[in-house]
Design a protein around this ligand. Structure first.
Ligand SMILES: Nc1ncnc2c1ncn2[C@@H]1O[C@H](COP(=O)(O)OP(=O)(O)O)[C@@H](O)[C@H]1O
Ligand SMILES: [Mg+2]
Length: 300
């Protein structure tokens, strides 16, 4: 979809202060037809990359090559949808007026505009609120409105900066379902996040940014599993108190609940114990590495 080539960017805030190196020769490629995650801690440089990509600010050096399928010159922005990290909404417009406006400036004709507004607002359950002024919207509703605004013109490439920040678990799930739906329709989705599990759940590809450098790009499975599949940790939480499973002692006991951790190879043995001893399971899950662990692993 695009090729981000050796992009560097420094911010100078004051004459006397040393400039901040936000991006240091960052290169990556976005594969068409994927959901790709842009993973990095706060301050890694994700927003700066996206702002440069969309032309809101300019890079100090490096270049961006967009694929021809997006069209040439400014034309390509008709095929790109963007959800900013801090969207601005006109508080005196109603939700519907705002979406109408966004549809008009992206050249969506009336019938398609109405169809898309109706479909997405119903899907995101804000259809009942569309005639209310935006100032009365909750944070979650604003985010849903922002998502619809980003996709109202059926873009081929959808870029979202921390789209799920501040959403409750239901909202996160709704957003992820929509990203998957858009991808199934053949669109390319690229979103930033600092939460590994959000990216892991729906992305096949990931680009990892740390302190202004691109550390990794490629398959997410390879990143999460490589070199550690045998060390994979599993966790069992029980709803009744058990003082041991084989050689394993609980790592945590809360009233009458216990938590155990064990390796992948021990899962079968634990399952056998569970079925033979009437253990009430609260959850059994594979523990995923944290962002810090992932970055540590890439570097080592
Ligand atoms: N307009 C700006 N002026 C000065 N510093 C900035 C500006 N924008 C970003 N930065 C700095 O650049 C770095 C990267 O920021 P950002 O791209 O927002 O990271 P992320 O989106 O990954 O959290 C941070 O150190 C941030 O403070
Ligand atoms: Mg950011």
């Amino acid at each position: 979809m695009f090729d981000f080539i050796n992009i560097s960017k420094r911010f100078k805030t004051d004459f006397w202060v040393k400039p901040v190196i936000a991006l240091d020769s960052v290169s990556f490629k976005l594969q068409p037809g994927t959901i790709t995650g842009f993973l990095g801690a706060n301050g890694a440089g994700k927003t700066t990359c996206l702002k440069i990509l969309l032309g809101f600010i300019s890079q100090d050096s490096g270049q961006i090559e967009f694929s021809n399928r997006l069209g040439l010159g400014l034309k390509k922005f008709e095929k790109i949808g963007f959800f900013p990290e801090r969207p601005y909404f006109y508080p005196d417009l109603t939700g519907r007026e705002f979406l109408e406006f966004m549809g008009q400036i992206t050249n969506v004709e009336k019938t398609r505009r109405n169809k898309n507004i109706g479909m997405w607002s119903a899907k995101l359950k804000i259809d009942q609120a569309l005639n209310r002024k935006i100032r009365a919207y909750s944070k979650g509703m604003l985010q849903r409105l922002g998502l619809i605004a980003a996709i109202i013109h059926d873009p081929e490439l959808i870029i979202l900066d921390e789209p799920m920040a501040g959403l409750d678990p239901i909202g996160r799930k709704e957003f992820k379902d929509i990203f998957v739906q858009l991808w199934k329709e053949g669109r390319t989705v690229f979103f930033s996040s600092h939460i590994v599990s959000d990216i892991e759940e729906i992305c096949s590809k990931v680009i990892v940014l740390e302190k202004g450098k691109a550390l990794y790009q490629g398959d997410i499975d390879r990143l999460l599993l490589s070199g550690q599949s045998n060390e994979e940790k599993w966790e069992l939480k029980t709803n009744n108190y058990i003082n041991s499973i084989g050689i394993h002692k609980p790592i945590q006991i809360l009233e009458n609940k216990a938590t155990f951790q064990f390796n992948k190879q021990e899962v079968k043995e634990v399952l056998k114990y569970i079925s033979e001893n009437n253990v009430e399971i609260q959850s059994l899950s594979c523990l995923r590495p944290s962002l810090e662990e992932i970055i540590y692993k890439i570097k080592s």
